[in-house]
Design a protein around this ligand. Structure first.
Ligand SMILES: Cc1cc2nc3c(=O)[nH]c(=O)nc-3n(C[C@H](O)[C@H](O)[C@H](O)COP(=O)(O)O)c2cc1C
Length: 161
């Protein structure tokens, strides 16, 4: 797909088919994350791919998210890049999300900042690794209407604010 078509097609999907996602597709979206830029190239990210139903049930996700065949938890090692770990993870996560869109898969960004202790326990995430974002991954079972966006005139400032 053309890049701008991928960008336009991506929408937050909150209803998924039960069909399993082939492992090679999961690997492709992870490869897109792997190639993301990061401050000083420290690549502080970790991605946990969860497909087990019991584990998903323990993650305290919204029911629609837990029903997706795959849930990907994006984490970052705050000691590996103390100033930039959040930025780096989020950039890599968006690479992953756009790659999923290109493959016809649905995703939905979910921020988890500050309420992840139970999740860290369930997934065995070490103390220095922060959960930053989560997305379900699967074949969409809905076609979400696009949410509104500001016009360029509302946020682009040519030369000065
Ligand atoms: C950092 C971040 C956190 C989000 N957290 C949630 C969330 O917890 N639950 C949810 O349903 N959607 C969440 N969203 C999705 C937004 O609601 C969605 O991106 C926005 O409304 C625009 O809609 P669209 O993604 O379909 O274009 C989040 C998005 C971002 C970028």
């Amino acid at each position: 797909m053309e890049f701008m078509d991928v960008v336009r097609k991506r929408k937050s999907v909150r209803k998924y088919k039960k069909d399993a996602v082939p492992k090679d597709m999961i690997l492709k979206v992870l490869e897109a994350a792997r190639l993301a830029p990061s401050a000083a190239n420290r690549q502080p990210w970790h991605f946990i791919v969860v497909t087990d139903a019991d584990t998903k049930a323990k993650m305290e996700l919204s029911p629609w998210a837990a029903e997706a065949p795959v849930v990907i938890v994006g984490c970052a090692d705050s000691t590996a890049s103390p100033s930039w770990y959040l930025n780096d993870l989020m950039i890599a996560f968006e690479h992953l999300v756009l790659a999923a869109t290109d493959l016809g898969l649905g995703t939905c960004w979910m921020g988890r900042m500050g309420r992840d202790e139970k999740l860290k326990e369930v997934l065995g995430i070490p103390a220095n690794v922060k959960v930053v974002a989560i997305t379900p991954l699967g074949y969409p079972d809905e076609e979400p209407a696009g949410r509104p966006r500001k016009s360029l005139e509302e946020f682009v400032h040519w030369g000065h604010f």
